[in-house]
Design a binder for this molecule. Structure first.
Ligand SMILES: [Fe+2]
Ligand SMILES: [Fe+2]
Length: 383
């Protein structure tokens, strides 16, 4: 009997994360497979810098106390759609999964692509860990149900990337990461801003690559990109959920909090820009200019975030692009300084950290566009 069929047997546990509907079983299966783990991938996922995905923890009791009745109608619709689980079974290899010639992949591309996969897997798993913890600690049925559904999706996403990594002889040990990676504490409102944005920018990133490769299939150098459309729809729904959570309390998106929103918008956009520019060979293989890509993704994310945020960043401002470029060069110089070591290296790293901080301040102080937030928050993925 082949392995696939066992999942169809009555009472038998599914054998692939794509078919699992609860996060505990998904993680247990991934832990079972951890015997293939690899130190390189796990160590990369463990690293904590400004640019690598982090793990978060928060005040779960405050989150648990949210009352979703002001958005009940939209909430129930969104939850019903997530419960219907349109992507169950999607995140596994099938006949569309082309053979990947890892052996003959150009070494720089291979290095950058693996880095992309490990970083994406860590980011997916970071969401999974946070959502799962909320689900475990909560007593509020609405909140617990939402976080259970989102944790389910992120566990599948991480599991699928791990499938792709395994073909390259790599695998991120998710159990080890859960126990050993450093957790950053964020107050719930910061979790809303950061997570909402990371879900929406995740959607914008995946759909932009997907649409580009639809038009230019000759650049699809790995089959995982074929899965990006359904993938980004999951992230879209997660973003919708955070928008509704914020909608329950108008204070979260007004007054002084608008300054925090601007901070998170700037930080998320700038991080993406700098991180993507560290992978030139990857973007060249995709046939994507990273500056075009960043602008495209920022435009889409800004348009979407108008659903809940009263401001958007002015990415057309004459100072925006040149400052991003300077920030990116400072970041390269910091890495060079650290690599060189010694007093000279340290000085170079410090001087450029100061430069990077200044660039960030210059981005932050560009006047934002203000606008009225619509009455209803709900959006559908249209890109
Ligand atoms: Fe995800
Ligand atoms: Fe997500």
């Amino acid at each position: 009997m082949n392995v696939q069929n066992t999942s169809d047997m009555k009472g038998a546990k599914p054998t692939h994360t794509a078919d699992i509907t609860n996060v505990e079983d998904s993680l247990a299966l991934q832990q079972e497979q951890a015997k293939y783990d690899d130190d390189f991938a796990t160590n990369t996922a463990m690293s904590n810098t400004l640019l690598t995905p982090r793990f978060y923890t928060t005040d779960f009791d405050e989150l648990d106390a949210i009352d979703v009745s002001p958005v009940r109608e939209d909430w129930d619709k969104l939850i019903a759609q997530m419960v219907s689980d349109p992507n169950k079974g999607h995140f596994k290899k099938n006949e569309d999964w082309d053979h990947v010639d890892w052996e003959n992949m150009e070494p720089q591309l291979k290095k950058e692509f693996i880095d992309f996969l490990i970083s994406s897997c860590t980011a997916e798993f970071s969401g999974c860990v946070l959502y799962k913890e909320m689900k475990r600690r909560g007593n509020n049925d609405d909140i617990v149900q939402l976080f259970q559904l989102m944790a389910r999706d992120e566990a599948r996403h991480a599991g699928f990337i791990n499938d792709a990594l395994r073909e390259a002889g790599l695998r991120v040990n998710l159990g080890f990461l859960t126990q050993s990676k450093k957790y950053t504490y964020f107050r719930p409102k910061f979790i809303y801003y950061a997570t909402y944005l990371s879900e929406k920018i995740g959607y914008a990133r995946y759909i932009t690559i997907f649409r580009h490769l639809e038009a230019h299939p000759e650049h699809r150098f790995h089959p995982i990109f074929k899965w990006f459309q359904e993938w980004c729809n999951d992230e879209f729904s997660h973003g919708e959920a955070f928008a509704l959570l914020m909608k329950t309390d108008p204070k979260l998106t007004s007054g002084r909090n608008v300054l925090w929103i601007k901070f998170f918008l700037t930080a998320v956009y700038a991080t993406m820009y700098v991180r993507d520019h560290q992978r030139p060979a990857f973007h060249e293989a995709l046939g994507v200019d990273p500056d075009w890509y960043a602008h495209e993704v920022f435009t889409k994310t800004s348009k979407l975030s108008e659903q809940i945020f009263p401001i958007t960043l002015d990415i057309e401002h004459p100072r925006w692009q040149p400052t991003l470029e300077r920030l990116q060069r400072a970041n390269v110089a910091i890495a060079e300084g650290k690599e060189a070591g010694g007093l000279g290296g340290k000085l170079k790293a410090w001087a450029n950290s100061a430069k990077a901080a200044l660039c960030f301040a210059q981005l932050y102080t560009i006047p934002a566009h203000k606008h009225r937030v619509p009455e209803s928050t709900r959006l559908e993925p249209v890109y």
